[in-house]
Design a protein around this ligand. Structure first.
Ligand SMILES: [Zn+2]
Length: 288
């Protein structure tokens, strides 16, 4: 895929009625979502609002990707779409203004009833056989939904391949500095998309470690352990062992919830010490 005039030539285009102003600055973040449904066309039309005859006046996205890999663009990338809601990532507040929103058609979590059936977010029931036929699922907990484990339908490879194509084109065209889930930026603590079945690492890897895209970050915890590996069981790097709140770090690499960082010295030079920190306690800094 390539981008021309903020659109992808060759794919279906129809403009949503639910868009904000033309952006003054290019997008710097990509936000990944699921639609909370199985029907791609229905989600696309919903997110297009009045333009597709739906009653929705409050949400949209830039691209919707169906389960068979079909992509529909419903907003040009230089217009604000309404997909992120109240949100924060690092020093950015209100991600809609700064991001591209991509919706993957997927129902999200289903609650097992213990008798081989699963209920989706709308109360509709599915047999285990139906879920397997639809591409399979994995079980994983999500405290935002409730206790226990939930079934998360898998994302077909054709759908992911289109998503990777699109994200690659966006990263090549815009100064994208982060690829994030809706869940991690949602400040209300409701959102769960795109969920544990989504192959997030494959997308994050597209930013390219070598390209040095990730912004510097600031430690937000009072004291943050700097460890020898990406997990709480790895020993602390001594010295310094812990980083104090406000320390600036350069993010070299990410793995799951962990980031490999080089803390900056107070005079602004990069330190010789490196280590892993839990990424929840560092806030990437974006230019105002
Ligand atoms: Zn979302």
């Amino acid at each position: 895929m390539r981008i021309e005039n903020h659109k992808i030539p060759g794919i279906w285009y129809g403009q949503s009625s639910n868009l904000g102003a033309r952006r003054q600055k290019p997008p710097v973040v990509i936000v990944l979502h699921y639609t909370t449904g199985w029907n791609g066309k229905a989600s696309r039309d919903w997110l297009m609002g009045a333009a597709a005859g739906s009653s929705n006046r409050g949400s949209s996205a830039h691209v919707v990707i169906d389960r068979d890999g079909t992509a529909w663009q419903i907003a040009p990338f230089d217009r604000t779409a309404w997909h992120a809601g109240p949100s924060r990532y690092g020093t950015l507040e209100g991600l809609n203004a700064h991001s591209v929103g991509i919706e993957f058609v997927n129902p999200g979590w289903l609650k097992p009833n213990g008798l081989g059936e699963f209920t989706d977010a709308y109360g509709k029931r599915f047999s285990e056989r139906a879920l397997k036929k639809a591409g399979g699922y994995q079980m994983a907990p999500q405290p935002r939904v409730g206790s226990g484990s939930f079934a998360w339908p898998l994302f077909p490879e054709a759908q992911i391949a289109t998503g990777i194509d699109l994200v690659q084109a966006l990263v090549g065209h815009y100064p994208i500095r982060a690829i994030v889930s809706h869940e991690e930026i949602d400040t209300r603590g409701w959102k769960t998309d795109p969920g544990p079945a989504f192959p997030f690492e494959r997308f994050r890897a597209l930013l390219g470690e070598a390209e040095d895209r990730e912004p510097a970050a600031v430690v937000t915890a009072g004291r943050l352990n700097l460890r020898g590996g990406p997990g709480a069981t790895f020993e602390k790097v001594v010295p310094p062992g812990t980083l104090l709140k406000g320390t600036r770090v350069k993010i070299m690499q990410r793995q799951g919830d962990w980031a490999f960082v080089a803390p900056e010295n107070p005079d602004g030079r990069e330190g010789v010490v490196t280590g892993w920190v839990h990424a929840a306690y560092i806030a990437p800094e974006f230019a105002a």
